[in-house]
Design a binder for this molecule. Sequence first.
Ligand code: ZN
Length: 425
Amino acid sequence: MRRLQLNRLRQMVDYCIEKIPFYTEQLSRAGILSGRDIKDLKDIERIPFTTKDDLKNNYPNGFLAVPRDKIARIHASSGTTGKPTLGYYTKRDMKTWAEASARVLCLNSIEAEDVLQISVGYGLFTGALGFHQGAELIGCTIVPASTGNTQKQLVMLHDVGVTALMATPSYATYLADLISQTKIPGDEYKITKVLLGAERCTNGMRNTIEKKLGVPTFDNYGLTECFGPGVAGECDAHCGMHISEDLFYPEIINPTSGKTLPEGEEGELVFTSLYREAMPLLRYRTRDITSLNYETCACGRTSVRMKAPYARTDDMIVFKGVNVFPSQIECAIDGIDGLSPHYHLKLERDGYQDTATLFVELVDPLELYAENKIHAINEQLQKRLSEIIIVKMKTKLVNPGTLQRFTGKAKRVEDLRYSQESTGQ
Ligand code: ZN
């Protein structure tokens, strides 16, 4: 694997220097004039990073390495501000991507006999079509349900005997809620596994889905800048996601200093495309915070594994001068009996003061009211929050079903501080 990676990296450096003016300049400034200047894999650290800002500044086709008529597909992910992030694919890329997705689905224990319902958005988003083409390679039955029309989703899940559901963790939690509430007995469903992706997944969400449906969940990781799904997926040992490291070379760096971190340490994930034709990226900073594990997995595979990213460098909220990650809030809620994983954090400005209110849904308020437990749960939540996040925030426990549900990526943090300021409040 290391030899293959080194060969591909050298070829990729030559390819980028020849095809992409941005890299011709970047690499020459770093003293790399050809692939031969990369003596071993460690030399990758000499290559400058590519950032989301670089993509933005060279939008829409500054990273395109082939002429337009060689492009077979264009995908896009919604940027949080302004322009989308584009993904370009040649015919060869489409083939590589399908194989990478099929590999990840195999990791997720998908077999030709499975009936796979893909309940993520079909369209510009890479998730659905990416998994779809991998599933076609495996030869399983595909139900392209996309998102929305939840009643029909449930009908399909039940009536055609779906064995595997693919959804975002939030939507899967919602569907699992509904399935466990219907009058149809749970064992009439044939679901044996739930595949998750497109969104960070908390243990609380996984536990909820697994408990309600009585089946295992498999996490997946991908990003438009690296094809989409197919980058990494979880096997049935459930201890990290195996990375397609022959296609994407991973590194972990300190997000502040940019220094490569030793094996096993936590930091920002960086990927270098090793085999991509249309839009190769060298040392692309994903902004995801995670760590890598190079030990052989219990499943027998030797490919490097990544932990589920627990935060994004750009999800960081600065509240009263303290860095707060949504994952810390999820961690505080996790494991408190009586609380569901559904929460909403509202940040506001009260005069010159920032305030934060955390709304969390209770699982069964009637039972808790009867037992006078709600006050104790709130205190427990306050304690957990003050242990994990140093600043104080208000907490409000609300009835099940009160907070918004998401069919796509969840937006659980609402920051009104700046909008309030600009309207003069
Ligand atoms: Zn494994």
